[in-house]
Design a protein around this ligand. Structure first.
Ligand SMILES: *Cc1c(COP(=O)(O)O)cnc(C)c1O
Length: 399
């Protein structure tokens, strides 16, 4: 005889089967232990009694109020993400871009000004423009290598500075500590898009960053199958402002998606190291090629801001760009990308599959004077020799 697991909570009632399947009598015995996080789906969260319901606050992460504000599954992911970046608090958003929007909406109101690095993720720049058109917020772009010179751009109404290290297309690595120091002298909050480093290769709070945002869509997912974003802080007041916006906008995340990320997270440092190793091998080979005039990889001396990477970062991951020799036209570099077989054409990165995208930089930047076409590589987890052979045969197509 096994232990009894049935809880007869209907007592004297004699419910019909349709009631029984809505209110099951079976309650699983306690004591189940396993490594995977449980997937707690919920819109409605139950309270023991009215007094508990009335005293439960949505913001209080020691309790639960409604599925939109988290279940044990999402709380576990928040804690893991805060730990990776050495932060204390984390808010989840349905995409990386949604996480960017949470930060901008939390710190900007009509009449305010935001400074966005010229090499920032372009939808962040578009959001800045849109906030200007519809909400009376001015957004200006600054040279990512401005360093302490950011002080000359800060106005009376500047409230937020967006940084990205490196910019995920053109790869300039800013002097984050200098930007943060001067911003703080002026009382301005610094937010960083830390997606490139996965929070593994760069610890934002150690360099003065106030708010770290990441697209979990990239390395944290690792499977090219989930969209999600996170905003990590060390400061509860900053975190509460961000959570306040998340609440009024009704942004939540699906627990199956959260589970996919929780499942991928333990292997992320190993995957990141493999992407890093393979990308540096391929970038080294590309640097020796006559077709390529410049390799924009933060670990390489040719990359603007390389010294900042060397000082502040412990790794590089799989994403970098190259500039083709100016003798190649856009038509030819497009032909090169089309000729690749293992490298697929598509946005995003951080997954097992190698990707390649040509960019029209003039449309992305306020200032871009580099001659030659820019092409970005995401190095996946395929064999390096096969990837190099693929690039070599695509070069042959345009010779
Ligand atoms: C992908 C990406 C984002 C946005 O993430 P989504 O989940 O696709 O919205 C933001 N910043 C950087 C640097 C990214 O690469």
């Amino acid at each position: 005889m096994g232990r009894t697991c049935l809880i007869f909570h209907f007592k004297k009632m004699k419910p019909h089967p349709s009631t029984k399947i809505v209110h099951p009598e079976y309650i699983a015995p306690s004591g189940f232990a396993a490594f995977p996080a449980a997937i707690h789906h919920a819109s409605t969260v139950l309270f023991d009694n009215v007094a508990t319901m009335r005293s439960s606050l949505w913001m209080d992460k020691s309790t639960y109020t409604y599925g939109l504000h988290g279940t044990p599954t999402s709380r576990m992911l928040e804690a893991q993400l805060a730990a990776i970046e050495e932060g204390s608090h984390c808010a989840l958003a349905p995409s990386g871009l949604a996480a960017i929007a949470l930060v901008s909406l939390a710190f900007l109101k009509a009449g305010d000004d935001v400074l966005i690095a010229d090499n920032a993720y372009s939808p962040n720049r578009e959001l800045g423009k849109w906030l200007g058109q519809h909400y009376g917020i001015s957004s200006r772009h600054y040279d990512p290598l401005i360093g302490a010179g950011i002080g000359s751009m800060i106005q009376e109404n500047t409230r937020l500075i967006w940084t990205e290290a490196p910019g995920s297309v053109s790869m300039e690595v800013p002097d984050m500590a200098a930007i943060c120091r001067v911003a703080h002298e002026h009382g301005v909050v610094v937010a960083m898009d830390n997606t490139w480093s996965a929070g593994i290769a760069f610890k934002p709070f150690a360099h003065g960053v106030d708010i770290s945002m990441q697209a979990l869509t990239k390395y944290q997912s690792g499977g090219s199958d989930v969209l999600m974003g996170a905003v990590v802080t060390r400061d509860i007041a900053l975190h509460e402002r961000i959570e306040g916006v998340r609440k009024v906008l009704g942004m939540g995340v699906g627990m199956d998606d959260v589970y996919l990320i929780l499942r991928s997270l333990p292997s992320m440092p190993l995957r990141f190291a493999a992407h890093d190793l393979h990308a540096r091998q391929i970038a080294t080979w590309l640097a020796s090629r006559p077709e390529i005039s410049r390799v924009l990889h933060p670990a390489f001396p040719d990359c603007p801001g390389h010294a900042h990477w060397q000082r502040d970062f412990t790794g590089a991951g799989g994403l970098f760009s190259v500039i083709f020799d100016p003798r190649y036209t856009e038509r030819q570099t497009d032909q090169f990308v089309d000729a690749l077989k293992l490298f697929k054409i598509g946005y995003s990165w951080g997954g097992a599959h190698s990707l390649c995208v040509p960019y029209r930089m003039q449309g992305l930047r306020s200032r871009w004077n580099e001659p030659g076409q820019l092409v970005r590589f995401n190095i996946g987890l395929e064999d390096v020799a096969d990837l190099i052979a693929d690039i070599e045969q695509a070069f042959a197509e345009i010779r």
